[in-house]
Every structure is written in structure tokens, then in C-alpha cells.
Write a protein that binds this ligand. Structure first.
Ligand SMILES: Cc1cc2nc3c(=O)[nH]c(=O)nc-3n(C[C@H](O)[C@H](O)[C@H](O)COP(=O)(O)OP(=O)(O)OC[C@H]3O[C@@H](n4cnc5c(N)ncnc54)[C@H](O)[C@@H]3O)c2cc1C
Length: 279
């Protein structure tokens, strides 16, 4: 039998986590798989569990004139239904798992699981998302790329919770998202790609490119993006040079979902298509 706590507020949750070594449980869609035993047996939790999915402060979505704030325990279904969430985020969220999983799975869980194949991660990297982290004694903010430090690894310490995802309001008018999987739904990515661009009167103001599941963490590189902007401003876009830059960063592996070769060549094609679509 596992001990389960259901705190009613963020303060109560943080106090519980300060004094007890517990497992944070949001939607449970990763945890129930990780803790499963043999078929038919209950999952095995070796520590007490703290349920956070119904804490109001963690399930709010707010927008002010500068930022969008998404509570870490918002489910993907809630995000898809919210009028505060930009439509292009939803293109990513609707490709995640299946409706029943999206009803449980949270954005905070996807981030904290820190899998290279986490579907919302390339979008959050491309948007320069920051995470708000809280424990009973401190609050701090960290860019998502400094939070995730390897496959399944992040900087979160015992007693800390990711409380919100903070994203600067932005204006992208060209968006391409592609999740490549073995089938259309309930499948983990072989790879994913997101390209965002802000283009007006054939002038490129901003470009963001991110690749998922092709390296230990999401691949995004601001120097290359700046170089692409530079190429556009001079009218000297060299697609081969751009794909060459990314070829060094994209270091996929062979696994049960795909081969390194397929992943790498698909990334190259998706990148080429996106860059050419801007010409
Ligand atoms: C059938 C199936 C299909 C799936 N398909 C996909 C898919 O297509 N794409 C994809 O990306 N994922 C997929 N997943 C994985 C999973 O659904 C997601 O990663 C989901 O977002 C996890 O969220 P959760 O709330 O269920 O996390 P949980 O399982 O509750 O938690 C995951 C981890 O994060 C920690 N955690 C959760 N919230 C917080 C917080 N706020 N602060 C600190 N720590 C926290 C937990 O302690 C745990 O270690 C699938 C899973 C299943 C079972």
C-alpha cells in the first residue's frame, strides 16, 4: 500500500515536500509506466505520492501584455481547449499521444520527464520558454535548455516543483511542425521538427529551429539562427551550408523506434523544406 497525499494548495504541497521524501505525481502517465510491475499487479511506488493535478495555482493559464503563463499541471487537453493558447502551440499538442492520455498528461510532467522524445519540448525550446521553480524556501526561474541536462535528467532537486511555464508573447507567421512516428496517434516520435519564422514583405525578422529525439536533448542553436538571418538580409541563403551546420549537432541513435540514418536524413529534408519555403 502506498501512502498518498492530496494537498489543497501549492503552499501545502511545498511544505509536504520539504519534510517528506515523496514522488510528485501529476497526470501519472509516465510514472504509471515507469513503476509498473508484471501484468495485473499494482504499480510499485517506493515512496509516498503527492498528487498535484488539482492544485489551483498549478492549473491556471494566464496572459499579460508580455508573457503567457501556463500552470505546470495543465493537461494537454486543457491547453488545446484554452482560448489563451496560440493556435500554433495546439498543432503540437494535438499530435501528442491520444485524447485519453492528453486528458491526464500535463505539460509539467512532459518537461520533468525530460525525455529527448517529449513532444512539447522542441516548441518550448523554440519559444525560449522559462520555467518557474518553487520549493518552500526559494523561487527561481530557469530557461528550459538549462533545466534539462540529459536524457531523463534535469536540475530539479528534492522538495522543488516546476510551477509554471513562462513564454514571451511572440509573433510568428510561418510555422511548420512535423512529428515523425510509426503511425498517426499514441506513438512516441522517431523525430520531430519545429520551424518558426516571422517574415514580413519578404524580410525575415526572426527564425527559430528545433529538433526533438535526435540528440540527448532538444537541438536548437541561436548562433546558427543568427547566421541564417544574416544570410537572408544579404540575399545569400545557402541551404547546403545551413544543413551542414545542423548535421554536426544532430546526433541520433539507433533504437527500437528508428535508425540514426533515417532520423538524420529526415531532419535534413524537413530543414531544407522549411528554409526553401522562406525563399
Ligand atoms: C500510452 C502513452 C502514450 C504517450 N504518448 C506520448 C507522446 O506521444 N508524446 C509525448 O511526449 N509523451 C507521450 N507519453 C508520455 C507522457 O504521457 C508525457 O510525458 C506526459 O506529458 C507526462 O505528464 P504526466 O502529468 O502524466 O507526468 P507524471 O507521470 O505525473 O510525471 C512525470 C515525471 O515528472 C515529475 N513531475 C510531474 N510534474 C511535476 C512538477 N510540476 N514539478 C516537478 N516534478 C514533476 C514526476 O515526479 C515524474 O518524475 C505517452 C505515455 C503513454 C502512457
Amino acid at each position: 500500500m502506498v501512502e498518498v497525499y492530496k494537498p489543497q494548495s501549492l503552499k501545502e504541497a511545498l511544505e509536504l515536500l520539504e519534510f517528506n521524501d515523496c514522488t510528485v505525481f501529476a497526470g501519472g502517465t509516465d510514472l504509471m509506466v515507469k513503476k509498473k510491475q508484471w501484468t495485473g499487479l499494482e504499480p510499485c511506488f517506493d515512496k509516498p505520492v503527492v498528487l498535484i493535478s488539482e492544485i489551483d495555482e498549478l492549473t491556471e493559464i494566464k496572459r499579460d501584455e508580455n508573457y503567457l503563463y501556463i500552470g505546470a499541471a495543465c493537461t494537454f487537453s486543457q491547453l488545446i481547449e484554452s482560448s489563451l493558447i496560440p493556435e500554433f502551440y495546439k498543432c503540437v499538442f494535438v499530435e501528442m499521444a491520444s485524447p485519453s492520455i492528453r486528458n491526464m498528461a500535463t505539460i509539467g510532467g512532459n518537461i520533468c520527464n525530460s525525455s529527448p522524445a517529449g513532444d512539447c519540448l522542441p516548441l518550448l525550446y523554440a519559444l525560449d520558454a522559462n520555467l518557474l521553480i518553487q520549493s518552500s524556501c526559494r523561487n527561481f526561474e530557469v530557461p528550459i535548455e538549462d533545466f534539462i541536462i540529459g536524457p531523463g535528467r534535469n536540475i530539479l532537486k528534492s522538495g522543488e516543483l516546476v510551477t509554471k511555464v513562462k513564454i514571451l508573447n511572440s509573433n510568428f507567421n510561418i510555422i511548420k511542425y512535423r512529428k515523425v512516428g510509426a503511425r498517426k496517434s499514441t506513438v512516441l516520435s522517431k523525430l520531430s521538427f519545429i520551424g518558426l519564422a516571422d517574415m514580413e514583405d519578404k524580410r525575415l525578422h526572426d527564425i527559430r529551429l528545433a529538433f526533438g529525439a535526435v540528440a540527448p536533448t532538444v537541438v536548437r542553436n541561436r548562433e546558427i539562427e543568427a547566421e541564417i538571418l544574416n544570410m537572408y538580409s544579404m540575399g545569400l541563403v545557402d541551404v547546403q551550408e545551413i544543413t551542414g551546420y545542423y548535421s554536426i549537432l544532430i546526433r541520433p541513435i539507433d533504437d527500437q523506434r528508428s535508425t540514426a540514418k533515417y532520423r538524420k536524413s529526415s531532419c535534413k529534408r524537413l530543414l531544407e523544406d522549411f528554409i526553401k519555403s522562406l525563399l
